[in-house]
Design a protein around this ligand. Sequence first.
Ligand code: 8OZ
Length: 366
Amino acid sequence: MTDTRQTSDLFKPVQIGAIQLKNRIAMAPLTRSRAQAGDIPSELAPEYYAQRSGAGLIIAEATQISPQGKGYAFTPGIYNDAQVAGWKKVTDAVHAKGSRIFLQLWHVGRISHPELQPDGALPVAPSAIKPEGNAFTETGFKPFVTPRALELSELPGIVEQYRTAAQLAIRAGFDGVEIHAANGYLLDQFLRDKTNQRNDAYGGSIENRARLLLEVVQAVTSVIPSERVGIRLSPTSPANDIADSNPQALFSYVVEQLNAYKLVYLHVVEGATGGPREVAGGFDLQVLRNLFKGIYIANNGYDLDLAAKARSSNLADLVAFGRPWIANPDLVERLQKGAELANFNPDTLYGGGAKGYTDYPALHAG
Ligand code: 8OZ
């Protein structure tokens, strides 16, 4: 058996856009629901991310661009100075350890609840279609409600919120931003025909459904260099009750259009988010990988062997691990040494303090 740990370039430095990464292993964004009042990152977040700075690239947890963009209890925001100050402590701690960190910009759309919205308002969406499932509120799980369809006149304001959030992220010291267009949140809701049944310029054809996303990309790259902007898509994930009648055509179009903006990376959740990599009906991810002109970051269900194979076959440029980072703060070192991986405690995944957050030990303390 070849020793993938020794030979894989996963563990070697790589340049992406403007920045040098110490290896090709990324930390995928992970919601941990530990923000302070005011949706300011947790006091413990600098330590949590610094502990995980063995990653070449950290993509910090999904962060709402506005109060309306929030859909889970205790998630952080990036729309005011107090939040910027909180994030600055995180980026300083990560940079001090020689890693790089992007912020994931998030608007949940219909995946929310009036309890999480300003003035108890209805969540917003492309169309007034209720998702199956429950929202995680401060008082427990509550069934999703039928959202309010966004007025055409509201869309420019949402694009502006992404633009401002990107500027604030750079002010907070992030090396770049990742536009969250995956997992059934607002931008994905516009892309898919199950959730977008609009009759205006933002619904109907693939071109129309991709319009909001491309306007957001245009806005963000108008204020920060495109080599500091990545995007995340989940073309075949059913996450958050999402679906499309022709994902291959939809996402091929999206990726072709994205090339015009010269984004640094495309980050793809392969398969069902947090679930199987294989999907019914099939989907050729390599079409997207080959269409996209920048760095391709593969994610979902990777282990060392699959990651090393992705590199040796050039199926991906970087591999992002998600859940393995939770209980393995020194994940890269463990992968490289072939060490056992610890399992996380599901009871401390969301909410709470240090327990299940900053108290997972590294193999070698110090
Ligand atoms: C799990 C729990 C809460 C949020 C995503 C931001 O799916 C999330 C998320 C995942 O992208």
